[in-house]
Design a protein. Structure first.
Length: 86
């Protein structure tokens, strides 16, 4: 298995664990793993669920990126700005 395939498997496993924990806490949650820019995929998912007013929260699970996080250029901050959703 090459590095990309291994990363996909790891991401899928972590997504499943995260969704299981959210479900166990009583939340309704969905998720997906993508290699592409996640903003368009997230925008589509939000639109499918009634837009920003139809989505209670968006949870982003990713490794910390100190510079990007500090400058709010990480993809979670970009998603918040683009989608205007919590």
């Amino acid at each position: 298995m090459d590095g990309i395939d291994e990363a996909k498997v790891t991401a899928a496993e972590r997504l499943e664990r995260s969704l299981a924990l959210l479900h166990a806490a009583g939340a309704t949650a969905r998720g997906a793993v993508t290699q592409e820019d996640p903003i368009p995929a997230l925008a589509t998912a939000v639109a499918e669920h009634g837009g920003p007013d139809g989505v209670q929260d968006i949870v982003v699970v990713t490794y910390p990126h100190v510079v990007e996080d500090t400058l709010r250029r990480d993809w979670a901050s970009r998603a918040r700005e683009h989608l205007h959703a919590p």
